[in-house]
Design a protein around this ligand. Structure first.
Ligand code: KIV
Ligand code: ZN
Length: 397
């Protein structure tokens, strides 16, 4: 039996857009959706058609113009939302409605002010009403990780019996911890109807910084689909970051034993595009795509990567589309790194010149955290100029 495929459901354009201060217009959504399609995601959740006319138009546009990828629209379990989602997606190449209703007692009591039975009925009625209008029906039990497990199974089984083919387990408030979340996935897997024909999905938030690790724990426990956003953007502390989940699965293939359809070489440019469009600067130490993710500062580390990159790099930057010489120059950099830097910058200096340049570099580095390529160029050009005039002086003097 081959490796199991994990379906990547990207919600950058829906949950990602719920990041405070972020608003993607139709053109921007289409631009990002195109990039997500080349990245290789399986499903793009393009928005929430009933939320605004702008989002309706954006979902419609993305659905009608993107090939080879399923386009999803979010919908509450009410007829008017389903109708609006249908209008947005009826001409899409491949459509999915993403129905959701909260199932935890705290949400039912204080937010929806309805009983468990009422929520169950709304879920089932909605799936039945959506049937035949979309290529696929996905149902999410919002706040599933804080829902009574038996009630959760009851809801899932009734929506499956009604026709939902994808059931999603959201950790809506980022409350779950990895082992417990994995156990929940197993419980769902063991207790739902028609397991072979139903896709189990997870959707993790990052309130405790565990969105990625909870998603991975779910994959380990048999989840078929992960819901992610590029750079982990999303409501509050955000969602599981696509690039982190994917590179963990790739780097530890020996452990996870699953495959996916992502072309990892597109990761860096996709993250760049999304962060630019969202107006969010990536933190330098962000895993996978942060400015420092493949930079080595300590002399010992630099020496290691010069000899063999695998000493301090578990992934190849080229595999995610990053080109770098791996070397961040500062006061801890050693001579090996300096010489390599000079070589990478195209300088060919004599031994004496290198000695002088290295000493100058160390002086600069003592007063500057990062010595960038421009600083090095200045030092080297100055050294070359001086040694040239020295030679000329020798010759004519
Ligand atoms: O976090 C959440 O519960 C959601 C649902 C709509 C899936 O975003
Ligand atoms: Zn969410």
């Amino acid at each position: 039996m081959g490796d199991r495929k994990v379906i990547v459901f990207d919600t950058t354009l829906r949950d990602g857009e719920q990041t405070p201060g972020v608003n993607f217009d139709k053109e921007t959504k289409y631009k990002i959706a195109n990039k997500l399609a080349s990245l290789g995601v399986d499903v793009i959740e393009a928005g929430f058609p009933a939320a605004s006319n702008g989002d309706f138009e954006a979902v419609k546009y993305v659905g009608e113009n993107l090939d080879g990828v399923t386009v999803a629209g979010l919908s509450r379990c009410v007829k008017s939302d389903i109708d609006r989602t249908y209008e947005a997606l009826k001409n899409a190449k491949k459509s999915r409605i993403h129905l959701f209703i909260a199932t935890s007692d705290i949400h039912l009591k204080y937010k929806l002010k309805i009983s468990r039975d009422e929520a169950l009925k709304m879920a089932v009625d909605s799936v039945k009403y959506a049937l035949g209008k979309f290529d696929e029906i996905q149902f999410s039990a919002e706040d599933a990780s804080r829902t009574d497990w038996d009630f959760l199974i009851k809801v899932f089984n009734e929506v499956i019996d009604a026709g939902a083919k994808i059931i999603n387990i959201p950790d809506t408030v980022g409350y779950a911890v990895p082992k417990e979340f994995g156990r929940l996935v197993e419980y769902v897997k063991d207790n739902i109807h028609d397991r072979e024909n139903v896709t189990i999905s997870v959707h993790c938030h990052n309130d405790l910084g565990m969105a990625v690790v909870n998603s991975l724990s779910a994959v380990e426990s048999g989840a078929d689909q992960v819901e992610v956003t590029v750079c982990g953007i999303g409501e509050r502390a955000g969602n599981a970051a696509l690039e982190e989940v994917i590179m963990a699965i790739n780097t530890r293939k020996d452990y996870f034993n699953v495959i996916h359809g992502i072309n990892t070489k597109e990761i860096y440019s996709t993250c760049k595009l999304v962060s630019e469009m969202a107006g969010i600067e990536l933190q330098p130490n962000k895993a996978i795509v942060g400015f420092n993710a493949f930079r080595h500062t300590a002399g010992i580390h630099q020496h290691g990567v010069i000899n063999n990159k695998a000493t301090y790099e578990i992934m190849k930057p080229e595999d995610i589309g990053i080109t770098t010489d791996h070397i961040s120059m500062g006061k801890l950099s050693g001579r090996n790194a300096f010489e390599l830097k000079l070589k990478n910058m195209g300088f060919n200096l004599s031994r004496d010149e290198i000695n002088i340049a290295f000493k100058r570099f160390k002086d600069v580095a003592d007063n500057k955290k990062v010595v960038d390529d421009e600083d090095i160029r200045e030092i080297v050009e100055d050294v070359i100029l001086n040694s040239k005039s020295f030679k000329e002086g020798e010759l004519w003097g």
